[in-house]
Design a protein. Sequence first.
Length: 207
Amino acid sequence: MLYQFVYHIVAPWIVGPFLKLFNRVEVSGLERIPAQGPAVIIGNHISLWDPIYLYCLIRRRTYFMAKAELFDIPVIGFLLRRINVFPVKRNSLDRQALKKAAQVLEQGDLLVIFPEGSRSRSGELQPFKQGAALFAHRAEAAVVPVLFKNTTKTFPRAIGQKIRIICGEPLDLMEFQGKKSDSALLDSMTEKFQQSIVSLQEEAAQA
């Protein structure tokens, strides 16, 4: 019930317009996110606003993986669980998170993961962890890279700043299909994922 209210009313009609009122939000490539079927959305992570922007933009059932510490905060944890956000314990093998992520993709929904594992304070891209590759490979899901630029300057930190969100083309993962999910394969996929974000950064720099 709460998810439906947030998804259909709060995100598109309140939060989204609010963000655009105080920031110059430019979104490109949103149509590249598959209209149906399982997909993993990967992105760089520079601000707490990054998932909120996606929540307002994507009009499909979407689940977000977030650090477990957030769920220990009274009220916040309660709300997060009811708007399709689930916890993951960082720097450990969290079987509950693995199971939930697999379930999300098996039912044909979208899963948003920030493969760096935490926000980059400097804005520089940090090494990616293997989780996104593991989920995508096991579910044979599409993978769409998303670049967030200047989201750290979202209101109230600044007013009128240009915020850019660029969705790249779904990645070609044919070379990995039908192969065992061993460490070498996941390393190769993860490298491809990270390079896709680097390519979007270079594209944004030239625009």
